[in-house]
Structures are given as structure tokens and as C-alpha cells.
Design a protein around this ligand. Structure first.
Ligand SMILES: CC(=O)SCCNC(=O)CCNC(=O)[C@H](O)C(C)(C)COP(=O)(O)OP(=O)(O)OC[C@H]1O[C@@H](n2cnc3c(N)ncnc32)[C@H](O)[C@@H]1OP(=O)(O)O
Ligand SMILES: O=C([O-])CC(=O)C(=O)O
Length: 378
């Protein structure tokens, strides 16, 4: 049996509208991204990450009391369970940090006994709590994922710091200058949500089977890892390391294009004239370049961008400025995509809740191209 023949095949689901969403609007024509109606650029420069999380989860920016309540709950949920640490420690020290994060999220699901309650998987109240729990847990997991690669113990969380500051504290054991914190917070807000991208869609597919939120997020982490999606921020920095300096960028690009290699950090399935988030992230990167006095990095960035746009007419996406920004902050290149996870957890959990609230099993058709019916040889 084949699926019914379909009149038209949409490879990669390109151009297909799979469902409605009220969480964010990506508009390639006006080159804009709205979170629940608010331009992301404005949120990135004015709002704490926690407020953006509340907005994406609940539809409105929090009142002062709601923000205080979320902050207090989130901070109380930060400490890592010893059993989670043991699962992480069982992985090889050089395991990719994305594998560490994926394994840890799966472990959190196994430890959540409320999933076993009658109706516990789909209970909206429990799922709201799980979203806050994942938001609270991920920075410590990502931070430890980097530290253990260097043979360092985890740094316990601090409950006097917001998410962005505590994330940096748990990674480096110190809170950097405000210019660094601001750039990092900006990146978290920009990475938090982007409609039906591959990882979010993955999470929705899993949720649509009435599976639990940890399973949806574990699968989403797997989808984000690939270099055509979140893994591109890591790949950008590998390319920068390969190129070395601005004067070598054009020759490197010629070789890459001649070999038909994709240049990571450029291009987008939806945006055709540049990613709406890039100007905000580039401004954050510029501030870091000045702070760390690294005009050489800025020159390499600008030269490669100008050369690629001139040759291909394809613009950078958010991963292009985010990669070098995280590098300047001191993150290992392999930690870049896990940071994306710790931000996108907000979008993923918002979409899982939206899917659960009006569920329809996600199961597209395929056009069969194998052999027609034939008899098994006897
Ligand atoms: C936060 C994010 O996840 S943003 C995305 C991060 N991913 C990357 O940066 C990876 C590099 N970029 C890409 O691979 C692509 O631009 C994608 C996958 C993001 C989107 O691509 P799609 O819409 O599927 O377009 P597709 O990959 O078919 O590209 C169309 C054409 O542009 C070319 N192209 C697109 N992006 C690039 C690139 N980064 N480098 C070189 N060529 C590119 C393709 O080779 C193709 O050319 P062709 O028609 O001559 O074969
Ligand atoms: O929307 C996409 O396809 C990829 C992307 O930019 C994101 O997930 O932030």
C-alpha cells in the first residue's frame, strides 16, 4: 500500500503552512519578527530574558508582581539533582556538549515523577511548571557541559542573579561587566523563539502524539544540533578559525564555493533579504569587539560577509554574529549551540503548550517512488 498520491510534493515542507500559531510572527516581507506582537529588537534592548519568557508563555509581558513570582520560582529550581550530574559524568569528557544537553534533558524527564500521575503528561499547570523547571535547569547543565571538558567542577547557582548573569556565573565562576551581560541577554532574547523552525516543529510533532514535554524537548535538541539549523553558530567559529584573518577571507571563500561547500551562518529558509535579528546581534557583537579590543575579529567578520553577499546575494542569519560574540565572551565553540538550547527552551515549551491545547496528530503524506506491488520469491 502507498499513501494516497499527492498532486504536489513540497520537499522540506518549503512554503507549506502547517498550522496556526499566536506565539511569534516571522514576516520576510517587512523583515520583522514579532513575539506576541512586540518587535523582537525592542524586547532585546529593554526586557529581561525572564520577562520575554513570560510573554511567550502567557501572551503578555508580566506585571512587576508576575515577574517577581517567576524569578523567585525559577531561581529556586536551579540546583542540579545529583542524579543528573551522575548521568552527565558517565559521558566521555570530550562528548559533544549538545549530546550532554540532550542526555540531561532526557534524564530530567525520567526523574519527573509527576509524569506518572493520571493525566500528568498533559496537565497544563504541570507543564507550565516544567517549562520554568527546564528554563532554570538548562544554564547549569550547559555551564557544566563546558566546565567538565576542562576538568572543572560545577559552580553552584546563585539566587541573587538573573538568568543571564547566573548562566555566566555558573560557566565562568564570575559575573562579567555589564556590556558582556547585556550582549548575552540580547542573544538569549533573540534566540528564544522563531515560529515553525525545524527544532520547534520537531517538538510539535512529538507533542502531537500526546507524548510528554521532556520527550519533545529532547527531540528538539537533536534537531537543533545540525549545522543547517542551530549548529551553524558553532560552524561559523570553526570557519573563522580556519580562515585565520581578514586578508585570507576572500581566498577561503573562493575555495569553499568552488568545492560547493555551504558557508555556515548565511542564508535562511524564510528570510530572503537578511535575518531581522542580525542588526541587534551585530550591535551586541560590536560592543564586545570594543570591550575586548578585537578589531581583527570584526575585520574578518565584515570581510567575509561583504565577499559572500557580493558573490551570492545571500545575507547572514543570527548564527553569524552570535558565534563570534560567544567566542569573545569566553565560551568554547562547542558550547554555542547548547546556549541556543537554553534560550529556545522558552519557544519550544510555548509551542508544546499551544500544540497540546489544540492538538491534531502531525502526520503528512508521502508520494511513494519504490517498486509497485510484486510477489515475494519462493
Ligand atoms: C538560527 C538558524 O537556524 S538560521 C539557519 C542556520 N543555518 C545555516 O547558517 C546553514 C547555512 N545555510 C543553509 O544551508 C541554507 O541557507 C538554509 C538551510 C538555512 C536554508 O536554505 P534553503 O531555503 O533550504 O535553501 P537551499 O539550501 O536550497 O539554498 C538555495 C540556494 O542557495 C544556496 N545557499 C543557501 N545558503 C547558502 C550558504 N550558506 N552557503 C552557500 N550557498 C548557500 C544553495 O546552495 C542553493 O543554491 P543552488 O540553488 O545553486 O543549489
Ligand atoms: O526559522 C528557522 O528556520 C531557523 C531560525 O532562524 C531559528 O530557528 O531561529
Amino acid at each position: 500500500m502507498t499513501d494516497s498520491p499527492t498532486p504536489e510534493v513540497h520537499r522540506g515542507l518549503a512554503g507549506v503552512v502547517a498550522d496556526t500559531t499566536a506565539i511569534s510572527k516571522v514576516d520576510p516581507d517587512s523583515n520583522s519578527l514579532l513575539y506576541r506582537g512586540y518587535p523582537v529588537q525592542d524586547l532585546a534592548t529593554t526586557q529581561p530574558f525572564e520577562a520575554v519568557a513570560h510573554l511567550l508563555w502567557h501572551g503578555e509581558l508580566p506585571t512587576a508582581a508576575e515577574l517577581a513570582e517567576l524569578e523567585s520560582l525559577e531561581r529556586s529550581l536551579r540546583p542540579m539533582d545529583e542524579r543528573t550530574r551522575r548521568v552527565i559524568d558517565d559521558l566521555p569528557r570530550d562528548a559533544h556538549p549538545m549530546d550532554v544537553v540532550r542526555t540531561a534533558v532526557s534524564q530530567l524527564g525520567g526523574l519527573d515523577a509527576t509524569l506518572l500521575r493520571d493525566g500528568g503528561v498533559l496537565d497544563p499547570e504541570l507543564n507550565r511548571g516544567r517549562a520554568v523547571y527546564l528554563l532554570a535547569q538548562l544554564p547549569g547543565i550547559v555551564a557544566y557541559g563546558q566546565r567538565r571538558r576542562h576538568g572543572l567542577d560545577p559552580v553552584p547557582p546563585r539566587d541573587d542573579l538573573d538568568v543571564a548573569r547566573n548562566f555566566l556565573w555558573q560557566t565562568f565562576g564570575e559575573v562579567p561587566d555589564d556590556v558582556v551581560v547585556d550582549a548575552f541577554r540580547t542573544s538569549l532574547v533573540l534566540y528564544a523563539e522563531h515560529s515553525f523552525n525545524a527544532s520547534t516543529f520537531t517538538a510539535r510533532v512529538v507533542a502531537s502524539t500526546l507524548s510528554d514535554v521532556y520527550s519533545a524537548v529532547t527531540a528538539a535538541v537533536g534537531a537543533l544540533k545540525g549545522p543547517l539549523h542551530g549548529g551553524a553558530n558553532e560552524a561559523v567559529m570553526h570557519a573563522f578559525a580556519e580562515i585565520g584573518s581578514a586578508d585570507r577571507a576572500e581566498a577561503w571563500l573562493d575555495d569553499a564555493l568552488a568545492a560547493k561547500r555551504k558557508v555556515m551562518g548565511f542564508g535562511h529558509r524564510v528570510y530572503r533579504h537578511g535575518d531581522s535579528r542580525v542588526p541587534s546581534m551585530k550591535a551586541a557583537l560590536d560592543a564586545l569587539v570594543e570591550h575586548y579590543d578585537r578589531p581583527d575579529l570584526a575585520a574578518l567578520y565584515d570581510t567575509l560577509e561583504a565577499a559572500f553577499v557580493a558573490r551570492k546575494g545571500i545575507y547572514p542569519n543570527l548564527d553569524y554574529p552570535a558565534g563570534p560574540a560567544y567566542h569573545l565572551m569566553g565560551f568554547d565553540t562547542e558550547t554555542f549551540t547548547p546556549i541556543f538550547v537554553a534560550a529556545r527552551i522558552v519557544g519550544w515549551t510555548a509551542h508544546v503548550a499551544e500544540q497540546q491545547a489544540a492538538n491534531s496528530l502531525i502526520r503528512p503524506l508521502s508520494a511513494y517512488t519504490g517498486p509497485e506491488r510484486r510477489d515475494v520469491p519462493r
